[in-house]
Design a protein around this ligand. Structure first.
Ligand SMILES: Cc1cc2nc3c(=O)[nH]c(=O)nc-3n(C[C@H](O)[C@H](O)[C@H](O)COP(=O)(O)O)c2cc1C
Length: 194
């Protein structure tokens, strides 16, 4: 039986009609055209999301003891083998609500690095980062790339991952036809191999 990759779109901007969501939807079109399964979680749909409170619980049990909407995200991380993170930049990194999701992946980091679990990761695991910003500095995407790199590492995803960065986009109306095509083509490639 052919293997199908399961792709999670992880949208970390609070604007559910914003630039990063519009581009993520285009990326998803490519993923689906390539034959992969696709589902999406956006932080804009979850208001009960705490940041990590550094209680130390996960370092002993591997589980986060905060009970909130993060449970939906944990389940999705476990059920999918590919994750595309889509985000705008807020002060060079993912918006605070999205950073909460990344920080809460400390439970996976603890399992992997303190408790010796999940060393191998899952078959076909692969990450992608699609990020947009309104400005155009040389190092614009360096901080977000590092945050997402270590998020993927906590999940035991490979340290190298695909990227698509869009500068000078204030809002969805600034997205060019060529940028839409780029997002769709990147999604197709990401969804194409297992
Ligand atoms: C609080 C805040 C901080 C921002 N910080 C940056 C930034 O550091 N660099 C940048 O290029 N754009 C920054 N922007 C602009 C957004 O990244 C940009 O408008 C983006 O297209 C918004 O995408 P979204 O609608 O998907 O959230 C910021 C916007 C806001 C509201």
């Amino acid at each position: 039986m052919a293997k199908v990759s399961k792709v999670l779109g992880l949208h970390l901007s609070p604007n559910q009609k914003g630039t990063s969501k519009v581009l993520l939807d285009k990326f998803a079109q490519g993923v689906i055209e390539a034959g992969s399964e696709y589902s999406m979680l956006s932080i804009s749909n979850y208001s009960n999301l705490s940041g990590c409170v550094e209680c130390g619980s996960c370092s002993k049990t591997g589980q986060c003891q905060i009970s909130d909407d993060m449970e939906v995200f944990y389940q999705a991380f476990d059920e999918n083998n590919k994750i595309v993170v889509a985000s705008s930049l807020f002060f060079y990194d993912v918006p605070a609500q999205g950073k909460a999701v990344i920080d809460r992946s400390q439970a996976y980091w603890s399992r992997r690095y303190l408790l010796g679990q999940n060393q191998k990761g899952k078959e076909g695991a692969k990450g992608f980062l699609l990020a947009v910003g309104a400005t155009k500095g040389k190092d614009l995407f360096t901080p977000v790339s590092l945050s997402v790199k270590y998020f993927f590492d906590a999940l035991a995803f490979p340290k190298t991952f695909g990227t698509l960065f869009f500068k000078s986009l204030e809002g969805p109306s600034d997205i060019s036809d060529e940028q839409f095509l780029q997002a769709r083509a990147a999604g197709f490639e990401f969804g194409s191999f297992f």
